[in-house]
Design a protein around this ligand. Sequence first.
Ligand SMILES: [Zn+2]
Ligand SMILES: [Zn+2]
Length: 236
Amino acid sequence: MPANSLLAPIANTMPANSLLAPTANSMPRQLTHSLPTRVARPLIPTYAIDQFQRLDREREVVREVAQAGQQEIATGVEFLQQQAQLWLGRCWFCTQRGLEDQHDLYECRAQTQYGNESPKGWWLRVRRQIKYAAFGGCYGCGMPQSICSRFVNAGSQGHCTYRGLLLSGLAVMVYSEGSEVIKEAWARRLEGLGVSIGNESELVRYLGSRHDGETVKLVHEYIWVRRRWIEYGERS
Ligand SMILES: [Zn+2]
Ligand SMILES: [Zn+2]
């Protein structure tokens, strides 16, 4: 895919966007990229206007993402620990929609997608296939051994505190309705790393592979996607 393929259709919508500007001003700027959802639709579903504004925001995000450097990974473990506490036992999908969120992706009843292409489908499939590199973190969840209590509490028989957190988190942040911008940005990042998002076995191998002495790639991809969502705007 050419690097600027996402930008092309967005640029073409600009004249239409300016025509809609007076109506668009009646909506607060920060809400213009709110997630589409069947659960909590805006009172005035001005679909076309919303779409143009979203495309405008998408262009900004793509630029921000393109500028994101590798150096942020250096402080990743601390961030990861903080994020793990924030999302443990809590559904990211439902948080974004202001719904009751004290459940994991498996138990989520607000999901509107089913089957292979759904976040849950992706998660369960990848969870079955993934093999974490030896000494690359906890075998149960992929977390660095310094974070998962399975290792903290001495012994591999211990309970894995973060089981499912990284993979299901990635699944719901990338494959949900309303995650298209982040998915596109992540696909570009992976492409730059020589991994095709559409080639699942390749992606699974990559996620389970060793990044450095203590971590697997999954950890870093989770961190990367979390940061993109925080920059893009999310509820937490
Ligand atoms: Zn949920
Ligand atoms: Zn674990």
